[in-house]
Design a binder for this molecule. Structure first.
Ligand code: AMP
Ligand code: MN
Ligand code: MN
Length: 328
């Protein structure tokens, strides 16, 4: 482990040790790493005798399948950031990913600890524990727990595993260390087969039919020497379907043979698109950042507005100017 990581861990631990009350914030449109991180940290802080609560700053509840993560039922969906000695954001690649709390956190950044693994994170806290090599934010927390002397019990192990298994696409990528960590977590007695079903295989028949309709519309586009595969999940196709099923669409174009970039345009409400980008060839975090989003080198996203034609053209233009010269 590098010295600077040890230093970041010690600084983060010092902030936590000095606080009695802590608010933990996960990102909007929460995934298993966000909810696993909030839950793991809240459980750990309570073990250390602190008053801790977990929040997500968006209007709608998070995906129902994430309620399988221990402690997640206690996470509040709210627009109010309560008073606390310390705010910790987890898995939030930028301040706007904290949703309703963005302004309040900007004002209280001297009381904020940022814990994350996104390549595009600018560091918006007093202390920023940013580990871009980490497979998930929950694995960064696992390192922090060692410094803080937190016992990784079965519940905390479940939370850490939830972020790890999903953010590695079921262990399809990542470093050797994460397999050792998975083994250590399994030895606490967590049921990894059940966790995989809860987090990744929770679609029903109607969802599967929706997936079929979206897949039927797969298209490819040529941008310079890049071939782009796109799926368009229009609002009329996805509305009323589980978030987990909609989020699973990207796996079909993540690395489609003969293509360089996979894209899913998800129309969350009429005219509002959450766009997912995946590539094993170019750095898609740069594409997402150019469109006011963010993410990792192989997986990134952004939000945009308008009709599908304009939304598609906007992306292809950015891919042409930002994507092609920098093949990773
Ligand atoms: P997704 O395609 O939604 O699974 O997201 C892939 C990665 O990009 C995740 O690590 C997200 O945190 C990040 N990401 C997605 N959408 C945005 C956004 N609107 N702004 C910043 N980062 C995003
Ligand atoms: Mn996440
Ligand atoms: Mn993550």
């Amino acid at each position: 482990m590098s010295q600077s990581l040890q230093e970041m861990l010690r600084e983060a631990a010092a902030l936590i040790e000095a606080a009695e009350t802590v608010t933990v914030v996960g990102h909007v449109r929460s995934d298993a790493d966000a909810i696993g991180s909030v839950s793991a940290l809240v459980l750990a802080l309570r073990q250390l005798g602190k008053q801790a609560s977990g929040l997500v700053g968006q209007p709608e509840p998070f995906s129902a399948n994430l309620l399988s993560i221990p402690g997640s039922g206690e996470i509040r969906i709210t627009d109010e950031l309560p008073d606390a000695d310390l705010i910790v954001t987890v898995d939030c690649g930028s301040i706007d990913r904290t949703g309703f709390f963005a302004e309040a956190i900007a004002e209280r950044c001297s009381q904020t600890l940022v814990i994350d693994h996104h390549a595009s994170n600018p560091g918006f806290g007093k202390v920023n524990l940013l580990v871009r090599e980490a497979e998930s934010t929950t694995t960064v927390l696992h390192e922090l727990f060692k410094v803080l002397g937190v016992k990784v019990d079965r519940e905390i192990a479940h939370c850490i595993y939830a972020g790890l298994v999903t953010d590695t696409g079921s262990f399809r990528w990542g470093r050797a260390e994460m397999h050792a960590l998975a083994s250590e977590l399994m030895l606490t007695g967590i049921d990894t087969a059940a966790i995989a079903v809860d987090l990744m295989d929770s679609t029903d028949l109607r969802d599967l039919q929706m997936i079929g309709r979206v897949l039927a519309g797969v298209a490819t586009h040529q941008v310079g020497d890049l071939t782009i595969a796109t799926l368009t999940a229009s609002n009329d196709l996805i509305s009323g379907h589980s978030e987990a099923a909609v989020e699973s669409l990207v796996d079909f174009v993540r690395a489609l043979r003969g293509t360089d970039v996979g894209v899913v345009f998800k129309e969350m409400s009429p005219g509002t698109w959450a766009v997912s980008l995946r590539s094993t060839v170019i750095d898609v975090s740069r594409i997402a950042v150019a469109l006011d989003g963010g993410g990792h080198v192989p997986a990134a996203g952004y939000t945009t507005y308008g009709g599908i034609g304009a939304v598609e053209t906007e992306l292809l233009q950015v891919l042409e100017s930002v994507g092609a010269p920098d093949r990773a």
